[in-house]
Design a protein around this ligand. Structure first.
Ligand code: AMP
Ligand code: MG
Length: 405
Protein backbone atom coordinates (compact mmCIF):
# COMPACT_ATOMS: atom_id res chain seq x y z
CA UNK A 1 0.00 0.00 0.00
CA UNK A 2 1.12 3.45 -0.86
CA UNK A 3 0.47 6.24 1.65
CA UNK A 4 1.18 9.71 0.39
CA UNK A 5 0.63 13.32 1.29
CA UNK A 6 -1.12 14.91 -1.69
CA UNK A 7 -2.21 18.41 -2.40
CA UNK A 8 -5.85 18.99 -3.23
CA UNK A 9 -5.47 19.60 -6.97
CA UNK A 10 -3.31 16.49 -7.42
CA UNK A 11 -5.76 14.34 -5.50
CA UNK A 12 -8.66 15.69 -7.55
CA UNK A 13 -6.87 15.05 -10.85
CA UNK A 14 -5.67 11.59 -9.86
CA UNK A 15 -9.13 10.55 -8.75
CA UNK A 16 -10.64 11.90 -11.96
CA UNK A 17 -8.34 9.58 -13.92
CA UNK A 18 -9.28 6.47 -11.97
CA UNK A 19 -11.94 5.26 -14.40
CA UNK A 20 -13.28 5.37 -17.94
CA UNK A 21 -16.48 6.23 -19.74
CA UNK A 22 -18.87 3.25 -20.01
CA UNK A 23 -18.15 0.82 -22.84
CA UNK A 24 -21.83 0.20 -23.59
CA UNK A 25 -24.67 2.46 -24.66
CA UNK A 26 -28.44 2.27 -24.69
CA UNK A 27 -31.25 4.09 -26.44
CA UNK A 28 -33.86 6.26 -24.77
CA UNK A 29 -36.65 8.52 -25.95
CA UNK A 30 -36.47 12.25 -25.35
CA UNK A 31 -39.15 11.90 -22.69
CA UNK A 32 -36.80 9.71 -20.64
CA UNK A 33 -33.64 11.59 -21.54
CA UNK A 34 -33.54 14.25 -18.85
CA UNK A 35 -30.25 14.01 -16.94
CA UNK A 36 -28.85 11.25 -19.17
CA UNK A 37 -25.42 11.49 -20.78
CA UNK A 38 -25.35 11.58 -24.56
CA UNK A 39 -23.26 8.80 -26.14
CA UNK A 40 -23.22 10.10 -29.73
CA UNK A 41 -22.45 13.31 -31.57
CA UNK A 42 -25.56 14.91 -33.02
CA UNK A 43 -25.58 16.69 -36.37
CA UNK A 44 -28.53 18.83 -37.43
CA UNK A 45 -30.85 17.02 -39.82
CA UNK A 46 -32.77 20.10 -40.93
CA UNK A 47 -32.42 23.85 -41.06
CA UNK A 48 -34.08 25.54 -38.11
CA UNK A 49 -36.42 27.11 -38.91
CA UNK A 50 -36.90 24.94 -41.99
CA UNK A 51 -38.41 27.87 -43.97
CA UNK A 52 -38.64 31.66 -43.67
CA UNK A 53 -41.65 32.40 -41.48
CA UNK A 54 -43.44 35.18 -39.67
CA UNK A 55 -42.47 36.19 -36.13
CA UNK A 56 -45.72 38.17 -35.68
CA UNK A 57 -49.43 38.13 -36.24
CA UNK A 58 -49.68 40.57 -39.15
CA UNK A 59 -49.46 41.00 -42.90
CA UNK A 60 -46.87 39.87 -45.42
CA UNK A 61 -45.97 42.55 -47.97
CA UNK A 62 -43.39 43.25 -50.59
CA UNK A 63 -41.49 46.21 -49.09
CA UNK A 64 -41.27 48.00 -52.45
CA UNK A 65 -45.11 48.09 -52.62
CA UNK A 66 -45.33 50.38 -49.61
CA UNK A 67 -46.69 53.90 -50.02
CA UNK A 68 -47.97 56.11 -47.16
CA UNK A 69 -51.57 56.26 -48.39
CA UNK A 70 -51.57 53.12 -50.52
CA UNK A 71 -54.21 50.46 -49.78
CA UNK A 72 -53.06 46.88 -50.32
CA UNK A 73 -55.90 44.39 -50.96
CA UNK A 74 -55.83 41.26 -48.76
CA UNK A 75 -55.16 38.41 -51.21
CA UNK A 76 -55.46 35.50 -48.72
CA UNK A 77 -55.78 34.73 -45.02
CA UNK A 78 -53.25 32.09 -44.08
CA UNK A 79 -52.87 30.31 -40.73
CA UNK A 80 -49.83 28.52 -39.26
CA UNK A 81 -49.60 25.07 -40.81
CA UNK A 82 -51.07 26.20 -44.15
CA UNK A 83 -49.03 26.91 -47.27
CA UNK A 84 -49.55 30.47 -48.50
CA UNK A 85 -50.06 31.46 -52.13
CA UNK A 86 -47.34 33.46 -53.89
CA UNK A 87 -47.90 37.15 -53.11
CA UNK A 88 -49.29 39.12 -56.06
CA UNK A 89 -47.92 42.61 -56.81
CA UNK A 90 -49.33 45.41 -54.62
CA UNK A 91 -51.33 43.01 -52.45
CA UNK A 92 -50.89 41.60 -48.97
CA UNK A 93 -51.45 38.24 -47.28
CA UNK A 94 -52.93 38.20 -43.80
CA UNK A 95 -50.96 35.70 -41.72
CA UNK A 96 -50.15 34.67 -38.19
CA UNK A 97 -47.09 33.84 -36.09
CA UNK A 98 -45.31 30.78 -37.47
CA UNK A 99 -46.82 31.03 -40.98
CA UNK A 100 -44.41 30.28 -43.79
CA UNK A 101 -43.52 33.43 -45.75
CA UNK A 102 -45.32 33.66 -49.10
CA UNK A 103 -43.07 33.68 -52.17
CA UNK A 104 -42.56 37.28 -53.22
CA UNK A 105 -43.08 38.74 -49.71
CA UNK A 106 -40.08 40.09 -47.87
CA UNK A 107 -41.51 41.96 -44.86
CA UNK A 108 -44.09 41.40 -42.11
CA UNK A 109 -46.10 44.34 -40.83
CA UNK A 110 -47.44 43.66 -37.37
CA UNK A 111 -51.21 43.91 -37.09
CA UNK A 112 -50.97 46.75 -34.56
CA UNK A 113 -49.52 48.98 -37.33
CA UNK A 114 -52.30 48.32 -39.85
CA UNK A 115 -55.89 49.42 -40.45
CA UNK A 116 -57.88 46.76 -42.32
CA UNK A 117 -61.03 48.03 -44.02
CA UNK A 118 -63.14 46.70 -46.90
CA UNK A 119 -60.69 43.91 -47.65
CA UNK A 120 -57.60 46.09 -47.88
CA UNK A 121 -54.99 47.46 -45.49
CA UNK A 122 -53.22 50.75 -45.03
CA UNK A 123 -50.10 51.00 -42.91
CA UNK A 124 -49.97 53.48 -40.04
CA UNK A 125 -46.16 53.34 -39.80
CA UNK A 126 -43.37 53.13 -42.32
CA UNK A 127 -42.28 49.46 -42.49
CA UNK A 128 -38.69 48.27 -42.28
CA UNK A 129 -37.43 45.96 -45.00
CA UNK A 130 -37.25 42.34 -43.76
CA UNK A 131 -38.80 43.11 -40.39
CA UNK A 132 -40.36 40.31 -38.29
CA UNK A 133 -39.19 37.56 -40.64
CA UNK A 134 -37.43 34.55 -39.12
CA UNK A 135 -34.99 33.40 -41.77
CA UNK A 136 -34.54 29.76 -42.73
CA UNK A 137 -31.54 28.27 -40.87
CA UNK A 138 -30.91 31.40 -38.78
CA UNK A 139 -31.03 29.30 -35.62
CA UNK A 140 -29.38 26.06 -36.74
CA UNK A 141 -28.09 25.00 -40.16
CA UNK A 142 -28.46 21.47 -41.49
CA UNK A 143 -25.28 19.36 -41.03
CA UNK A 144 -24.01 21.60 -38.24
CA UNK A 145 -22.86 19.71 -35.12
CA UNK A 146 -25.26 20.64 -32.34
CA UNK A 147 -24.37 18.33 -29.44
CA UNK A 148 -21.36 16.18 -28.61
CA UNK A 149 -20.79 12.87 -26.85
CA UNK A 150 -20.55 13.30 -23.11
CA UNK A 151 -23.08 16.14 -22.84
CA UNK A 152 -25.65 15.91 -20.06
CA UNK A 153 -29.14 16.26 -21.49
CA UNK A 154 -30.93 19.03 -19.70
CA UNK A 155 -34.02 20.83 -20.87
CA UNK A 156 -32.22 23.08 -23.38
CA UNK A 157 -30.51 20.14 -25.07
CA UNK A 158 -33.77 18.17 -25.15
CA UNK A 159 -35.59 21.10 -26.77
CA UNK A 160 -32.87 21.34 -29.42
CA UNK A 161 -33.04 17.59 -30.18
CA UNK A 162 -36.84 17.71 -30.41
CA UNK A 163 -36.67 20.70 -32.79
CA UNK A 164 -34.65 18.45 -35.09
CA UNK A 165 -37.32 15.76 -35.13
CA UNK A 166 -35.06 13.42 -33.15
CA UNK A 167 -37.11 11.30 -30.76
CA UNK A 168 -34.51 8.78 -29.56
CA UNK A 169 -30.87 9.21 -28.60
CA UNK A 170 -27.98 6.99 -27.65
CA UNK A 171 -27.00 7.49 -24.01
CA UNK A 172 -24.63 5.84 -21.56
CA UNK A 173 -26.13 3.52 -18.97
CA UNK A 174 -26.73 5.17 -15.62
CA UNK A 175 -23.81 4.76 -13.23
CA UNK A 176 -24.63 2.21 -10.51
CA UNK A 177 -23.15 3.17 -7.17
CA UNK A 178 -22.95 1.12 -3.97
CA UNK A 179 -22.57 2.81 -0.60
CA UNK A 180 -21.02 1.24 2.47
CA UNK A 181 -21.06 2.94 5.85
CA UNK A 182 -19.07 1.50 8.74
CA UNK A 183 -18.94 1.94 12.49
CA UNK A 184 -20.14 0.14 15.63
CA UNK A 185 -21.36 3.44 17.05
CA UNK A 186 -23.84 4.05 14.23
CA UNK A 187 -27.55 3.35 14.13
CA UNK A 188 -29.70 3.83 11.07
CA UNK A 189 -32.41 6.50 11.32
CA UNK A 190 -35.73 5.00 12.38
CA UNK A 191 -34.10 2.79 15.05
CA UNK A 192 -33.88 3.66 18.76
CA UNK A 193 -30.60 5.27 19.76
CA UNK A 194 -28.62 3.25 22.30
CA UNK A 195 -26.07 4.60 24.76
CA UNK A 196 -22.83 5.74 23.13
CA UNK A 197 -24.43 5.65 19.68
CA UNK A 198 -25.13 8.27 16.99
CA UNK A 199 -27.29 8.14 13.94
CA UNK A 200 -25.87 7.19 10.57
CA UNK A 201 -26.19 10.40 8.59
CA UNK A 202 -23.72 9.52 5.84
CA UNK A 203 -25.70 6.68 4.29
CA UNK A 204 -28.75 8.77 3.40
CA UNK A 205 -26.61 11.82 2.64
CA UNK A 206 -24.42 9.98 0.13
CA UNK A 207 -27.44 8.34 -1.46
CA UNK A 208 -28.81 11.85 -2.01
CA UNK A 209 -25.51 13.12 -3.39
CA UNK A 210 -25.27 10.23 -5.84
CA UNK A 211 -28.83 10.87 -7.02
CA UNK A 212 -28.13 14.58 -7.31
CA UNK A 213 -25.24 13.96 -9.68
CA UNK A 214 -27.27 11.57 -11.84
CA UNK A 215 -26.15 8.17 -10.53
CA UNK A 216 -28.29 5.32 -9.28
CA UNK A 217 -27.72 3.91 -5.81
CA UNK A 218 -28.00 0.11 -6.02
CA UNK A 219 -27.67 -0.51 -2.32
CA UNK A 220 -26.66 1.32 0.82
CA UNK A 221 -25.24 -1.11 3.37
CA UNK A 222 -23.96 -0.63 6.87
CA UNK A 223 -21.24 -2.85 8.33
CA UNK A 224 -20.09 -3.20 11.91
CA UNK A 225 -16.37 -2.76 12.52
CA UNK A 226 -15.41 -6.38 11.82
CA UNK A 227 -13.50 -7.92 8.92
CA UNK A 228 -16.34 -10.30 8.18
CA UNK A 229 -19.10 -7.66 8.05
CA UNK A 230 -17.06 -5.32 5.86
CA UNK A 231 -15.93 -8.09 3.51
CA UNK A 232 -19.41 -9.46 3.04
CA UNK A 233 -20.79 -5.97 2.31
CA UNK A 234 -18.03 -5.36 -0.25
CA UNK A 235 -18.78 -8.63 -2.02
CA UNK A 236 -22.44 -7.71 -2.35
CA UNK A 237 -21.74 -4.19 -3.62
CA UNK A 238 -18.92 -5.14 -6.00
CA UNK A 239 -21.16 -7.72 -7.66
CA UNK A 240 -23.81 -5.14 -8.49
CA UNK A 241 -22.20 -1.74 -8.85
CA UNK A 242 -19.82 0.17 -11.13
CA UNK A 243 -18.44 2.24 -8.28
CA UNK A 244 -18.37 1.65 -4.53
CA UNK A 245 -18.15 4.47 -2.00
CA UNK A 246 -17.27 3.68 1.58
CA UNK A 247 -17.31 6.07 4.47
CA UNK A 248 -15.49 5.87 7.78
CA UNK A 249 -13.05 3.26 8.98
CA UNK A 250 -10.25 4.39 6.70
CA UNK A 251 -8.05 6.21 9.17
CA UNK A 252 -5.28 4.76 11.30
CA UNK A 253 -7.40 3.68 14.29
CA UNK A 254 -7.44 0.08 15.49
CA UNK A 255 -10.99 -0.36 14.20
CA UNK A 256 -10.28 1.16 10.82
CA UNK A 257 -10.66 -2.06 8.88
CA UNK A 258 -11.67 -0.91 5.41
CA UNK A 259 -8.10 -0.88 4.04
CA UNK A 260 -7.12 -4.37 5.25
CA UNK A 261 -10.33 -5.84 3.84
CA UNK A 262 -9.77 -4.20 0.46
CA UNK A 263 -6.28 -5.66 0.40
CA UNK A 264 -7.64 -9.04 1.38
CA UNK A 265 -9.97 -8.83 -1.62
CA UNK A 266 -6.95 -8.30 -3.88
CA UNK A 267 -7.44 -4.59 -4.30
CA UNK A 268 -4.61 -2.24 -5.15
CA UNK A 269 -4.90 0.66 -2.78
CA UNK A 270 -3.64 4.21 -2.55
CA UNK A 271 -4.23 5.92 0.73
CA UNK A 272 -3.77 9.65 0.58
CA UNK A 273 -3.50 12.21 3.26
CA UNK A 274 -4.97 15.01 1.19
CA UNK A 275 -3.91 18.49 2.30
CA UNK A 276 -7.45 19.69 2.70
CA UNK A 277 -9.62 20.50 5.65
CA UNK A 278 -12.08 18.95 6.13
CA UNK A 279 -11.28 15.60 4.60
CA UNK A 280 -7.74 14.34 5.10
CA UNK A 281 -7.85 10.54 4.75
CA UNK A 282 -9.08 9.43 1.33
CA UNK A 283 -8.35 6.08 -0.30
CA UNK A 284 -8.73 4.91 -3.86
CA UNK A 285 -8.70 1.21 -4.66
CA UNK A 286 -9.25 -0.87 -7.78
CA UNK A 287 -10.92 -4.11 -6.79
CA UNK A 288 -12.05 -6.60 -9.42
CA UNK A 289 -11.66 -3.86 -12.02
CA UNK A 290 -13.95 -1.48 -10.20
CA UNK A 291 -13.02 1.72 -8.44
CA UNK A 292 -13.66 1.96 -4.72
CA UNK A 293 -13.33 5.34 -3.05
CA UNK A 294 -13.09 5.52 0.73
CA UNK A 295 -14.26 8.76 2.28
CA UNK A 296 -13.55 10.09 5.74
CA UNK A 297 -16.27 9.39 8.30
CA UNK A 298 -17.16 12.82 9.58
CA UNK A 299 -20.28 13.85 7.67
CA UNK A 300 -18.99 17.26 6.58
CA UNK A 301 -15.72 15.71 5.43
CA UNK A 302 -17.58 13.03 3.49
CA UNK A 303 -19.80 15.69 1.89
CA UNK A 304 -16.90 17.93 0.88
CA UNK A 305 -14.72 15.08 -0.36
CA UNK A 306 -17.58 13.68 -2.42
CA UNK A 307 -18.44 17.08 -3.87
CA UNK A 308 -14.95 18.25 -4.79
CA UNK A 309 -12.75 15.16 -5.08
CA UNK A 310 -15.05 12.32 -6.10
CA UNK A 311 -17.55 14.13 -8.33
CA UNK A 312 -15.05 14.48 -11.24
CA UNK A 313 -14.48 10.70 -11.16
CA UNK A 314 -18.23 10.08 -11.03
CA UNK A 315 -18.68 12.33 -14.08
CA UNK A 316 -15.96 10.48 -15.96
CA UNK A 317 -17.55 7.10 -15.14
CA UNK A 318 -20.87 8.48 -16.35
CA UNK A 319 -19.25 9.33 -19.69
CA UNK A 320 -19.46 13.09 -19.15
CA UNK A 321 -16.79 15.33 -20.66
CA UNK A 322 -17.07 18.31 -18.30
CA UNK A 323 -15.46 16.78 -15.23
CA UNK A 324 -14.56 19.92 -13.31
CA UNK A 325 -17.38 22.40 -12.86
CA UNK A 326 -16.56 26.12 -12.87
CA UNK A 327 -14.85 27.79 -9.94
CA UNK A 328 -16.30 31.16 -8.98
CA UNK A 329 -14.88 33.94 -6.83
CA UNK A 330 -16.20 36.02 -3.98
CA UNK A 331 -15.18 38.25 -1.09
CA UNK A 332 -14.78 36.38 2.16
CA UNK A 333 -16.53 38.07 5.08
CA UNK A 334 -14.07 37.24 7.83
CA UNK A 335 -10.62 38.12 9.14
CA UNK A 336 -8.64 35.12 10.30
CA UNK A 337 -5.44 33.12 10.02
CA UNK A 338 -5.88 29.68 8.53
CA UNK A 339 -4.26 26.30 9.08
CA UNK A 340 -0.66 26.10 8.02
CA UNK A 341 -0.39 22.90 6.04
CA UNK A 342 -3.86 22.15 4.68
CA UNK A 343 -6.10 24.16 2.41
CA UNK A 344 -9.42 24.92 4.03
CA UNK A 345 -12.84 24.64 2.46
CA UNK A 346 -15.18 26.75 4.53
CA UNK A 347 -18.91 26.24 4.49
CA UNK A 348 -20.23 29.59 3.29
CA UNK A 349 -23.35 31.30 2.04
CA UNK A 350 -22.88 33.23 -1.18
CA UNK A 351 -24.69 36.57 -1.20
CA UNK A 352 -24.79 38.06 -4.69
CA UNK A 353 -24.17 41.76 -5.01
CA UNK A 354 -25.41 44.18 -7.69
CA UNK A 355 -21.94 45.47 -8.22
CA UNK A 356 -18.86 43.30 -8.22
CA UNK A 357 -18.16 39.96 -6.61
CA UNK A 358 -20.59 38.25 -4.20
CA UNK A 359 -19.96 38.17 -0.47
CA UNK A 360 -19.07 34.77 1.06
CA UNK A 361 -20.30 34.52 4.64
CA UNK A 362 -18.85 31.61 6.67
CA UNK A 363 -20.99 29.45 8.94
CA UNK A 364 -20.20 30.17 12.55
CA UNK A 365 -19.03 26.62 13.36
CA UNK A 366 -16.58 25.07 10.91
CA UNK A 367 -15.87 21.68 12.54
CA UNK A 368 -15.99 18.63 10.26
CA UNK A 369 -18.74 17.09 12.40
CA UNK A 370 -20.99 20.20 12.28
CA UNK A 371 -23.82 18.88 10.15
CA UNK A 372 -26.03 21.95 10.57
CA UNK A 373 -23.61 23.80 8.27
CA UNK A 374 -24.64 21.60 5.32
CA UNK A 375 -28.23 22.70 4.72
CA UNK A 376 -27.20 26.29 5.53
CA UNK A 377 -24.30 26.63 3.10
CA UNK A 378 -24.53 27.28 -0.64
CA UNK A 379 -20.95 26.23 -1.28
CA UNK A 380 -17.34 26.17 -0.14
CA UNK A 381 -14.77 28.96 0.00
CA UNK A 382 -11.21 27.75 -0.66
CA UNK A 383 -8.47 29.21 1.52
CA UNK A 384 -4.88 28.48 0.45
CA UNK A 385 -2.44 27.04 3.00
CA UNK A 386 -0.89 29.29 5.55
CA UNK A 387 -3.02 32.32 4.74
CA UNK A 388 -4.27 35.22 6.75
CA UNK A 389 -7.39 36.65 5.17
CA UNK A 390 -8.76 40.08 5.88
CA UNK A 391 -12.38 41.01 5.48
CA UNK A 392 -13.35 41.21 1.77
CA UNK A 393 -10.32 39.33 0.41
CA UNK A 394 -11.12 37.54 -2.85
CA UNK A 395 -11.11 33.73 -2.62
CA UNK A 396 -12.19 30.84 -4.84
CA UNK A 397 -15.74 29.58 -4.34
CA UNK A 398 -17.13 26.13 -5.23
CA UNK A 399 -20.88 26.46 -5.62
CA UNK A 400 -22.84 23.31 -4.74
CA UNK A 401 -25.21 24.10 -7.60
CA UNK A 402 -22.35 23.31 -9.99
CA UNK A 403 -20.26 20.82 -8.03
CA UNK A 404 -23.10 18.59 -7.00
CA UNK A 405 -24.87 18.41 -10.37
P1 AMP B 1 -14.01 7.02 11.37
O1 AMP B 1 -13.29 7.50 10.15
O2 AMP B 1 -14.75 5.74 11.15
O3 AMP B 1 -13.12 6.99 12.57
O4 AMP B 1 -15.11 8.12 11.67
C1 AMP B 1 -14.77 9.46 11.97
C2 AMP B 1 -15.91 10.15 12.67
O5 AMP B 1 -17.03 10.19 11.82
C3 AMP B 1 -16.38 9.44 13.94
O6 AMP B 1 -16.73 10.43 14.88
C4 AMP B 1 -17.60 8.68 13.47
O7 AMP B 1 -18.51 8.44 14.50
C5 AMP B 1 -18.17 9.61 12.43
N1 AMP B 1 -18.92 8.86 11.44
C6 AMP B 1 -18.42 7.86 10.69
N2 AMP B 1 -19.37 7.38 9.88
C7 AMP B 1 -20.49 8.12 10.11
C8 AMP B 1 -21.80 8.10 9.58
N3 AMP B 1 -22.15 7.20 8.64
N4 AMP B 1 -22.70 8.98 10.06
C9 AMP B 1 -22.35 9.88 11.02
N5 AMP B 1 -21.12 9.95 11.54
C10 AMP B 1 -20.19 9.08 11.11
MG1 MG C 1 -15.35 4.24 12.37
Amino acid sequence: MNTAMLDFDDAQRRLSEAGNAPSTTETCTLFDAFGRVLAEDIVARVDLPPADNSAMDGYAIRFADYGPERALPVQQRCFAGQTPEALKPEQTIRLFTGCVMPDGADTIVMQENVVEQDGAITLTQVPILGEHVRKRGEDVEQDQQILTTGTVLHTGQIALLASQGIHEVKVYPRLKVGILTTGDELVNPGQPLGPAQIYNSNGAMLAGLVAQIGGVVCQTLHAADTHEAIESAFLTLLAECDLVLTVGGVSVGEKDLVKPVLELLGGTLDLWRVCMKPGKPVALAQVRNKPVVCLPGNPVSAFVVFGLLVSPLVRRLQGRTDLFPPICYGRLRTSKSFHETREEFLRVQCKPSRSGLPALVPYELQGSAIISALPWASGLARIPVNTTVSDDDVVAYYDFAHWLS
